[in-house]
Design a protein around this ligand. Structure first.
Ligand SMILES: CC(C)(COP(=O)(O)OP(=O)(O)OC[C@H]1O[C@@H](n2cnc3c(N)ncnc32)[C@H](O)[C@@H]1OP(=O)(O)O)[C@@H](O)C(=O)NCCC(=O)NCCS
Length: 170
């Protein structure tokens, strides 16, 4: 598994994935992204990464600094945090361990700067399988929160929890 920056050449793939039922189901009331516009936003507070296996794109992960993201989607949450969004593109690639590999790398990237204390994630309340997936990675439930028209479960992974878990794996 390799994570690499998404480029304009990935837009047709990203748009195709946006039509998939499992992707639509996890995005709630939000419209499908305008990918050209999204990729123009990449910079100090936003990374958009493609997960590739053997050169084949299998999923996408977005990492933001919620304090710097201009819409302040996460509210006034202060520095030292990151927020992640992830999905696998093709149905046939779900449940094969690829998401776990992508998240392992994305989490490592988030915690690379020493000032990052924790990572936030906001699956829909209805997306119980994703919540199980995140708990398995060490995320803990913070509480429910309404983002726009969506009821979400805010989950949080502390640096210390990840460090303890990674050292167990070594
Ligand atoms: C959540 C997701 C990224 C996990 O990646 P993955 O490669 O499928 O997961 P892994 O094979 O590493 O781990 C398996 C676990 O993922 C979760 N999972 C599997 N398929 C899923 C699906 N269609 N939707 C949500 N979670 C799923 C389950 O917890 C599963 O564990 P289980 O088999 O014991 O039920 C991926 O399933 C996905 O893209 N789901 C749809 C979109 C989504 O829900 N994204 C998260 C938005 S917050």
């Amino acid at each position: 598994m390799k994570l690499r920056p998404a480029t304009p050449a990935d837009i047709p793939t990203l748009e195709r994935w946006d039509t998939k039922a499992h992707v639509i189901a996890c995005t709630g009331a939000d419209d499908a992204p305008d990918w050209a516009g999204e990729l123009e936003q990449v910079g100090p507070w936003y990374e958009c990464l493609i997960g590739e296996v053997g050169g084949r794109p299998v999923g996408v992960v977005q990492i933001i600094d919620p304090a710097e993201e201009p819409t302040h989607y996460w509210g006034d949450c202060g520095p030292g945090l990151r927020a992640i969004d992830i999905w696998i593109g093709e149905e046939a690639d779900l449940g094969r361990g690829l998401g776990t590999l992508m998240m392992g790398q994305a989490i490592g990237r988030c915690f690379a700067p020493a000032e990052v204390r924790a990572i936030l994630i906001d699956p829909l309340m209805s997306n119980v399988r994703a919540q199980v997936f995140y708990r398995r990675l060490g995320f803990e439930d913070v509480g429910t929160r309404r983002f726009g028209e969506d009821d979400c479960l805010v989950m949080r992974l502390e640096r210390s929890a990840w460090a303890a878990q990674s050292s167990l794996k070594e």
